[in-house]
Ligand binder design. Sequence first.
Ligand SMILES: [Zn+2]
Length: 97
Amino acid sequence: MFRCELCQSVVPAGTRSSKVILVTRDKTYDERGGGGFASRGGFRKRGPSRGASPKKDYDKGGEGQEIVREASVCPKCAAEHKRQLDLESTDTNEGAE
Ligand SMILES: [Zn+2]
């Protein structure tokens, strides 16, 4: 059993705890990995690289979100949290997945 970090109620044993993300912050990821314009010398290969797995090693960077704080909560709070997220996110693609 554990204590819900949102409503402070004790959740009985056997109840699955849910992790909810309370605070996130925007983060910009730098481009890194193989190929491209790697700053380390001698890493560039000519043409398409074979054998290596560029998709795995190469991180094109970009923008994302970093978790600042998350909490273990009871299913009730998790559902409530999810509901609020659904309300906030108005730009989701309908039926895309
Ligand atoms: Zn709770």
